[in-house]
Write a protein of this length. Structure first.
Length: 453
């Protein structure tokens, strides 16, 4: 199989052809993307799946094959807006140097012609930015999400399928990766907090942010651009470009600005439902026609080299190994899934912050088999502050369960004590993400790799 990034000409021609077809056929577009040849183990995809532009789609068309989902959307719970200084995390980083020359390469200048971005302000060299294939908003964000109950979602969502779990106050929400893989960004409001829930399939990175910039609530979309294979978002107010991996403004009016992270994690749908029986689940009634449940990046996580990645790979670990990444004010640590799956629990300290990393089996890869529900069990992880009510807990694996060494209480992957004297207690989640090693090492090259005690 030949490996090459999509050319600007090909994507420009495709966009023009799509528009002409839409006009000529009164907007009747194919209801499903064309099937691509499956990627063989050890190989990377040759292109990202082509997503029709939102301008050519009707927001009333139900997703392909999903007309059976007629569940009535549920309303979010009433919730008192929490103090973001408590639940959010803003990395303490030195202000970056602001470059002031619009020295975009010709290719990038061509792709971004007509954008309202201030290209005279940037914090990175422009030659680090690549086209990911689809144009801006070619992978459409979900801007008006609807939610259903877990019982309704169980009609199409397998227990072992991965979801992004986001809990703010009493508002618990699950965003299935079978949906996020096709959209990458959900603009939502959770417990009164405007958030962007994001997933970059090429890096396996799921991150949530407070979508407020200098007092203004903004909406994020996909720019169609990548850096180190990671999604570059843009806000639709200033058209500043934002790096999903770091939450940092990298080009435009807010270059150098840092978004606030909100803790979120990838866990199985069953673990979410058990922990939050009154939680809600993002509906597949998105307004777009997509083959939800299918994996457009089949076999990607068994590739030997990441797609659309430039630069040297950190060979301390295999490029596509899953790791839990924790970054706390200057210190970065990677916890390989190979270590976590063996130990199940890690007690560690990162830049003076005590942390507990939990791991459990029972969560499918979103980037393996052609159907996510049939993919390999790669497990899931959570990261928590082990200090509870003024007492520091330490944790271990007793052969069957995660327990604390002080009381013997049993703990779940969501940081909840489910039995024992501490039953009902909740550990404070810490910002982390499950990444492929190559991406974490590219953004945090000085990272420490946890190898066990």
């Amino acid at each position: 199989m030949n490996h090459f990034p999509p050319t600007r000409f090909a994507w420009a021609a495709l966009g023009l052809l799509t528009t002409l077809v839409a006009v000529g056929c009164s907007g009747n577009l194919p209801t499903e993307p064309a099937a691509e040849a499956p990627v063989q183990p050890g190989e990377a995809p040759t292109s990202r799946t082509i997503a029709p532009s939102p301008a050519t789609e009707s927001p009333t068309v139900p997703p392909t094959g999903l007309s059976e989902e007629v569940s009535v959307p549920v309303s979010p719970v009433e919730c008192m807006t929490p103090d973001l200084s408590v639940i959010g995390y803003v990395p303490d980083v030195p202000p970056p140097d602001i470059l002031t020359a619009d020295n975009r390469p010709d290719g990038l200048r061509f792709i971004t012609a007509g954008w309202g971005t201030d290209w005279t302000r940037h914090t990175i060299p422009y030659d680090e930015i690549l086209s990911g294939g689809p144009p801006r908003d070619g992978i459409p964000s979900i801007d008006h999400p609807q939610f259903i109950t877990p019982e309704q979602a169980a009609d199409w969502l397998a227990d072992t399928e991965p979801v992004i779990a986001l809990i703010i106050g009493t508002d618990a929400r699950a965003y299935p990766l079978q949906i996020l893989t096709w959209h990458e960004i959900v603009n939502d409001t959770v417990c009164g907090v405007p958030v962007a829930v994001t997933f970059c399939p090429l890096c396996n990175s799921a991150l949530a942010f407070h979508r407020e910039v200098e007092g203004q609530i903004v909406q994020f979309g996909t720019s169609g651009l990548l850096r180190y294979s990671d999604l570059i978002m843009y806000d639709r107010a200033s058209e500043t470009l934002w790096q999903q991996f770091t939450g940092a403004g990298i080009v435009g009016q807010y270059a150098g600005y840092q978004l606030t992270f909100i803790p979120a994690s990838i866990i199985s749908f069953a673990d979410f439902h058990t922990a939050y029986p009154n939680g809600i689940v993002l509906s597949r009634q998105t307004g777009y026609s997509r083959a939800y449940g299918a994996n457009p990046y089949a076999n990607y996580d068994s590739s030997t080299h990441p797609f659309l990645f430039t630069g040297a790979l950190d060979e301390r670990l295999p490029a596509m190994m899953r790791i839990v990444g924790v970054w706390i004010d200057g210190e970065a640590v990677a916890y390989p899934y190979t270590v976590l799956s063996d130990r199940r629990v890690v007690n560690d300290t990162v830049n003076g912050q005590d942390i507990a990393v939990f791991y459990t089996f029972g969560t499918n890869s979103a980037l393996g088999a052609e159907r996510i529900a049939a993919a390999e069990d790669v497990g899931a992880a959570g990261v928590f502050d082990p200090n509870l009510d003024g007492r520091q807990l330490t944790f271990s694996w007793d052969g069957e369960r995660i327990v604390d060494d002080q009381t013997g209480s049993v703990w779940s992957i969501t940081g909840q004590a489910i039995s024992g004297s501490l039953e009902g207690a909740q550990l404070v989640p810490l910002v982390h993400s499950d990444h492929f090693w190559f991406a974490w090492a590219a953004f945090y090259p000085e990272t420490r790799i946890y190898e066990g005690e």
